[in-house]
Design a protein around this ligand. Structure first.
Ligand SMILES: Cc1cc2nc3c(=O)[nH]c(=O)nc-3n(C[C@H](O)[C@H](O)[C@H](O)COP(=O)(O)OP(=O)(O)OC[C@H]3O[C@@H](n4cnc5c(N)ncnc54)[C@H](O)[C@@H]3O)c2cc1C
Length: 308
């Protein structure tokens, strides 16, 4: 069988693409490692998805999946996709079990994971003071001291966002200089809450039930220093899950798939990339869902042009 569409990924982008493909009656196979993606890893509640003032990531994804399962033309397969190839107008998707499945169009919705710092205590305190998304978890730290690890644009933007909540924000940069744009640096300098510490190598995040301190080493003096903080945000970039698309797409410096910003089309006709894995700037549940919708509608339009 040759499907109209294969969707790879079971996060908000992939599931929304599946719902739209189902409503367009496209014969669709959604292949995913698991349902939920980054939302499943979220320990605190989602407070910014329209229609839900507060909902756990798993509950929200459960509602997405329930909706997806109502789509009669969409099959679901739990597996990991290793490779996508295209010959003439047909895509072949290969799973880790070496199964080869064919389709006329493909949406890659494989997302991206925050890059871990790999400091002692980091994993243990995820959701208990350690976070990777200030837009999501920042308000929890109202009137508290936090550290933001990473002095790039993401780090400084996270620190600026945290000025709305935290009483003190330490920005820890490994290098001798902050790498963020001048504009972000100027904004940060204006805030009396932000303190930038360069040449800082984070060694350990400590706490009991919740984070209470962070230890870093001064790269020049080699002295270990302690910051009393209740929150630590790791902002050292993301790792998009995009290796499977090699040869068919162009990548940004950060390995994100380059897409056209209206249809989420890649440079290969019939191949789309939606959600956190692409070159788009804003990475949120609602934006991933919106992109999944647009990519599915664009895939539908693409198929119509193929049959003309
Ligand atoms: C801790 C945390 C908290 C967050 N909190 C919020 C919040 O409160 N509000 C908000 O709007 N955003 C939040 N975000 C961001 C949000 O979760 C992401 O923007 C969103 O999940 C992106 O959706 P996606 O579908 O593009 O990717 P993902 O959610 O990453 O989903 C990718 C899917 O693809 C699957 N997959 C990956 N590779 C393969 C493969 N090779 N084969 C098969 N399947 C594959 C994965 O298993 C997963 O199901 C948070 C992120 C994190 C990490």
């Amino acid at each position: 069988m040759i499907y109209d569409l294969i969707i790879i990924g079971g996060g908000p982008a992939g599931i929304t693409a599946g719902i739209y493909a189902g409503r367009q009656k496209m014969s669709t196979l959604l292949i995913t490692k698991e349902f939920g993606g980054q939302m499943a890893k979220k320990a605190t509640e989602v407070c910014n998805y329209p229609g839900f003032e507060k909902i756990s990531g798993m509950e929200l994804i459960g509602k997405f999946v329930e909706h997806l399962e109502k789509q009669e033309s969409v099959e679901i397969k739990f597996s990991l996709v290793e490779k996508i190839e295209k010959q003439e107008n047909i895509f072949t998707v290969t799973t880790t079990e070496a199964e080869k499945i064919e389709a006329k169009s493909v949406i890659i919705a494989t997302g991206a994971d925050p890059r871990p710092l790999e400091a002692i205590g980091e994993k243990e305190f995820i959701g208990k003071g350690v976070g990777y998304c200030v837009t999501c978890d920042g308000p929890i730290f109202k009137n508290k001291a936090v550290a933001v690890v990473g002095g790039g644009n993401c780090g400084l933007e996270a620190a600026l966002f945290m000025t709305n909540y935290a009483s003190k924000i330490y920005v820890l940069e490994y290098g001798a200089e902050i790498k963020a744009d001048q504009e972000n640096q100027n904004e940060a300098k204006k805030s009396d809450k932000i303190e930038i510490i360069t040449n800082a190598s984070v060694k350990e995040i400590k706490g009991e039930n919740f984070v209470n301190s962070l230890i870093y080493q001064d790269n020049i003096t080699k002295e270990n220093k302690t910051l009393e903080v209740q929150g630590v945000f790791i902002e050292i970039g993301t790792q998009p899950a995009t290796a499977l698309a090699k040869g068919l797409v162009d990548f940004t410096k950060r390995d994100e798939i380059m897409v056209e910003s209206e249809t989420f089309a890649t440079k290969t006709p019939g191949l789309f990339a939606a959600g956190d894995n692409n070159s788009g700037k804003y990475k949120q549940i609602v934006t991933a869902a919106g992109e999944g919708c647009k990519a599915a509608l664009a895939a539908y339009d693409y198929l119509r042009t193929q049959t003309k």
